[in-house]
Structure formats: C-alpha cells, structure tokens
Design a protein around this ligand. Structure first.
Ligand SMILES: Cc1cc2nc3c(=O)[nH]c(=O)nc-3n(C[C@H](O)[C@H](O)[C@H](O)COP(=O)(O)O)c2cc1C
Length: 202
C-alpha cells in the first residue's frame, strides 16, 4: 500500500526539508519504504541523518505548496528523534533508516517506526483533496506527459473539486493551475519536443 504523506528530513546543520512522498507501508506495521527519485534532498538528508518524520496531513495546501515553491510550513520539534514535525499534521511517525537498496534512479530507503503520535481526528474522505493530490502529482510529472493527457485528467479532477472543495482545497488547486497554465502556454509556443517546465518557469 502507498500512503501519500509529507516527509520531513534535516541536513547536518538542522535545516528541515519538507517533501510530499508516497510511502510504501502495510495497513498495520512499523516498516516504511521511502522512494525518492534522484536527485533528491530527502534522499541526501536521510542518508546523512538516518532519521525522518512521516506526517499524515489533510491540509492539501502543503502538498500543492511544496510543488509550487511554498515550502515554508510551520514546524515543531519531534519527540524521540532529532527532527521536525508539521504543525498541521493529524498524526506523525518518527522513523529511523534501517537499510538502503541502492538504485541509480530511485533508491529504496527501508525505515522503521520509533514513535507515532496522534494530534487531531481524521474527519473522513474528501474528493477535492483527492483532486488536489492528483493534480500535484501531474505537476511533478509535467515534462513527461502530453498536453492532451494533462487536460483530460484535469477535466475529470475538476468534477470532484467543484462539488466538494473547501477554502484550503480551492487555494491549493489555484496554485497548481497557475503552474500548469504556464506550462501549457510555454509548450504551445515551443512545439518542438524537449520543452520543459523548468524552462517555462518565470
Ligand atoms: C502526492 C505526491 C507524492 C509524491 N511521491 C514522491 C515519491 O515517492 N518520490 C519522489 O521522489 N517524489 C515524489 N513526489 C514529488 C516530490 O515531492 C518532489 O519532486 C520533491 O521535490 C522531491 O524532491 P526532494 O526530495 O529533492 O524535495 C510526490 C509528489 C506528490 C504531490
């Protein structure tokens, strides 16, 4: 099973790094596999510090924010490891790195839970949150996807968003759409293969 979480790591100077990551886990159990694509600050920090905090969070602005240059979310100190916890997390798990299966594209970082804390109740599923998560994943893969696929997926995701969103979901969606619209405008103006979102950024 893959859970979409916010992974927070720290470098040797104690600077926190916040990144959405799909963490492989079981419904019950204390093993987690974090799979960062190289190059990755999460990967570098985890290899260095051997610890991370996995945050379970229903404020989808954190997911969309990290993908759109808004990484400055309020944090507090972890309880059992030297690390940082997302202030708005519903719960978090502090993990230690146990083993690495190296790979030139996507290493597997096997971690074990050392401490889990609940902060607030889970209040149920929300379709707009799903829409924002999927749109954030689209943004992380813009370079690899044809424009027609991006448009088709957004048309579908917009249905759940428009029916069920609250303010946080609408704000997060807006940030993502700004990036996607810039990308579409750029690709439309540069039809040759190889156009990238990096080039499309302002
Ligand atoms: C829901 C979601 C899940 C993601 N899962 C992963 C993942 O498992 N591995 C990864 O490398 N990037 C993942 N990403 C993209 C990263 O969050 C993003 O590229 C980030 O900057 C990773 O690089 P970093 O470690 O250098 O921050 C995901 C993004 C989203 C929105």
């Amino acid at each position: 099973m893959i859970q979409e979480t916010i992974v927070i790591t720290q470098n040797s100077s104690g600077v926190a790094h916040i990144a959405p990551m799909g963490v492989h886990t079981q419904t019950a159990g204390d093993e987690f596999i974090i799979l960062p694509f190289r190059p990755s600050t999460t990967l570098n920090n985890l290899l260095e510090s051997k610890t991370a905090v996995i945050n379970y969070c229903d404020d989808v602005r954190v997911f969309a924010g990290c993908l759109t240059g808004r990484r400055d979310w309020p944090l507090k100190a972890a309880e059992k490891i030297n690390g940082q916890v997302l202030d708005c997390a519903l719960a978090h798990t502090e993990v230690e790195l146990v083993r690495v299966e190296d790979d030139e594209t996507r290493p597997k970082l096997f971690c074990k839970a050392v401490h889990t804390v609940n902060h607030a109740p889970f209040k149920g599923f929300n379709r707009a949150q799903y829409s924002v998560l999927e749109a954030a994943i689209l943004v992380s893969r813009l370079n690899m996807l044809p424009l027609e696929k991006i448009q088709a997926e957004l048309d579908y995701l917009r249905i759940g968003l428009e029916k069920t969103a609250g303010g946080r979901e609408l704000e997060a969606w807006g940030w993502l759409m700004t990036i996607i619209e810039k990308h579409i405008a750029y690709v439309a103006s540069q039809p040759e293969a190889g156009a990238t979102i990096a080039e499309a950024k302002p």
